[in-house]
Design a protein around this ligand. Sequence first.
Ligand code: GLN
Length: 486
Amino acid sequence: MKLHELTIHEACGLLKKRDISSQELTRAVLDRIESVEKKVEAYITIDAETAVKQAELTDKEISKGNILPLSGIPLSVKDLICTKGLRTTCASRILDNFTPQYDAFVIKKLKKAGAVIVGKTNMDEFAMGSSTENSAVKITRNPWDLTCIPGGSSGGSAAAVAADMCLGSLGSDTGGSIRQPASHCGVVGMKPTYGRVSRFGLIAFASSLDQIGPLAKDVLDCAMLMNVIAGYDPADSTSVPEAVPDYTSFSNKGLSGTTIGIPKEYNETKGLDPEVSGAIKNAVKVVEALGAKCIEITLPHTKYAVAVYYVIAPSEASSNLARYDGVKYGFRDKEKNSLIDMYRSTRTKGFGAEVQRRIILGTYSLSAGYYDAYYKKASQVRTLIMEDFKNVFKSCDLILSPVAPTPAFKIGDKVDDPLTMYLSDIFTISANLAGIPGISVPCGFSSAGLPIGLQLMGRHFEEKKMLTAAYNFEQATDFHKKKPEI
Ligand code: GLN
């Protein structure tokens, strides 16, 4: 067994029995990164020195019998989650030299649980994108086909997990950025309920939609990471003081008693690839064979979700990103001597095209003359989308749908066409607008050998039910066992 190929739960078992040490495991992961990073380009920063030191300390603790939930497990983190003393760039020129003075809540939790952080992963700049091509640093490649995108915006995290360049990762999901790259890279990715995981130390994109979540090699690993990162944090005013269950204690006794809703609108989506829809139909048969009752449901306002999201998310972004003015953080264009010129030039040079597009869109929607027509209207329709979910969850426990309309596309295919790129989010965005949890699990491969993901969504704070269904599906299928040849 190659150590870097282990899942978190397998590695935890071996570390506990002292069959392997964290130093061996961490070195194996770092060697793997060294051998494939040139092809995959998943990382912005690799922190080998600290990782090895941390592994050494963890080994000492393990030898004393101090075993924590993630003792000695090498993980990566998307480069928009603040790590004390470790550069955090958001894949943007404007934060190129930013080193946080503090750890995000989730990083504190990971460290407290004994994890080893090997590095920070690539992403679309400020998490704006669906392909990781909007990174100002580099383009990450899909380990299943290096000419394809890994998905976005947490593409570095998904590619790193798929290529065994870490055992698991944390990403963020504002409109699908965990689930969509997980689907394209054949790994498991989950967006928790809004308020379940603290956003303290997450660099903000759209605060009412952003949520941190895990990317992992299988559902059990995903649940193990959730056990560590979920929980109340007084430093995040939207964090919810709801008890955290043990997400890993699934029943694997099938799905009888579970009703799964299949939105009729999703099947009618234009641009849905027939291979994706075929894989989803098969998945429905699998869940039915496991005992679930599948019913047709309707989410009539889904058709407005992309439009609503692309008003609300840029509006919030335009406000959140106002802080990058060359004074408080990161890059400043020093050539300029008047204050206004300095602001303008810093932001023009510091932000990439997509980020500037969102700032302009958002500023426009929030402006006095257009607020009612755009932002207010979008917020009202958002409420209708939420109500759609409330209604369907009266008759079903979970919703099943595709994650992305197509398998991973070629690098360069959509990058000059923002509208087509925005449509990649059609199946994932409504969960963020409604604040409900969603998960992507591997459910097939295209004829070109690219992974396809299945999405399950649940009621607020019912992650456990969702994970249980995902686990039973995974146990009944083999898609998660295949690895990319790289
Ligand atoms: N693709 C969406 C966007 O560009 C979602 C991104 C995300 O979830 N961070 O905004």
